[in-house]
Write a protein of this length. Sequence first.
Length: 554
Amino acid sequence: MHTVTIILVLVLTVVLCGFVARTRWVRLPLPLVQIAGGTGLALFGMQLPLDPEIFFLLFIPPLLFLDGWRIPKGAFFSDARSILMLAIGLVLFTVLGMGFFIDWLIPSVPLAVAFALGAILSPTDPVAVSAIAAGNPIPPRLMHILEGESLLNDASGLVCFTFAVAAMMTGGFSIGAASLSFLREAGGGILIGLAISWGVGLANKWLVSKVGEEPGLQILISILIPFAAYLGAEQIHGSGILAAATAGVSMHYADLIGRPLAATRTQRKAVWDTVQLLLNGVIFVMLGAQLPASIGNLQAASAEVGAGSAWKLPLYVVAITVGLTFMRFLWVFISMKLTLFKQNKKDRLAGNQQGKDGKQLVRPSLRLLLVASFAGVRGALTLAGILTLPLFLPDGTRFPARDLVIFLAMGVILLSLVLASITLPLLTKGLVFAPPARRSSEERNARSAAAEAAIVRLEKVCAGISTEGKQQVVTEAANRLIEAYRRRLAYGESSNDEAARMQELARTERALRLEALTAERDELFRRRISGELDDAIHLRLLREIDLLEATLEE
């Protein structure tokens, strides 16, 4: 099948799966629906030839870049210890533990290949978790920790995977050499990621100051940055994975300096939402498309490793999944004791029943530990990584147990998705997790400060106009805006009852404005259909209404 046709079919499958997952009679998470869609394509005879290197280049950099860009930076740094414990400590714990466990479980699999499988199974997928827990969302702070873990463990897991594969290819492994190589690759990747993001940001800011800002061009630049960071790091033998993630994190701060237009931010968010949906969807569809062939190769894979009956292989999947969940539960318990609840433990030892803020101490409940454990869903990155395994060793022989470890990785992805889809909605229902400190007060103070700054700016604008006719119009418009800002300030400073009443009035006014805009839009469509309104005028007026409605979105 032609490449263009394959791409179009994949995109169409992602779209159809998205609609199916939103129907009332399908209560499956979107990733599972997409996997089923891919399996259906394969059963109907569609072949999806994959070039591992191209697959890795097209899918991994933009996903890592977007994770780094969108992760809440305040939550990321405030819970940095917890995140690092999971993203680095848990990855190394998983690689070592699962490597030896897989080697014991399937003795014919070389130890280096077992470590490679353990490494590629260590990264988690927060997109899959979010889709699964959509009905009963994971508490925000815990979700931020999981997002931060995923951002960093993607990089650390893939680096460990690369070292394990290299050990299999070369036949040797040195901890000292691997450590130096890791530092060199990690340092090079981080530096390249920072250099690309900031260099492009500064150059873009200079160009915009000379010729103006075009949202479409800004979107294209943001899409090119992760690929530039990844390829640049690979050229100097650094970690392209870390480069893409670092570029995403630093992109947030480059935006703070460059201050893109509102239209750029709005359109860019929509484009990247689409890119994320498409890339994740295609990966899961491709996973489903590989399943029939993998199941068909079970007997050959079983014979290759001397496992006897092919039905032992699904049992291996179950055993590996149980082992991963148990190791994650154990490590999460340790990390929570050492980080999130360290202060509470000190207070208990001192005989206090309350923390420094005067609130009742919170102990890590079993539910919370189980949520964090079952949230370790494997997904897009695991599939993308395992498919990059080389076909042959340097001497020309087949890479040992390649078909088997690909099947095991796919099986673990599927089983972890199914387990999470069953357990997370039950475990997260009604679960309360402590919010980050000062979050509500920071938001209230920021809103007040922004409103006061707007009032001062409007008063200066009015004072700086000398033309009498124009000053009258501007002053009248400014007074309306100033009054609206003063009402906003009053909401935060009034009593609780009055603030609630004013907020209810604001919500009611917003609902009425939306209803009025809907009526305007319906009338414009009616006039366009009847031929009373020119198409160009209709589009311009419709755009104005859309922008007004966007300002009313909560």
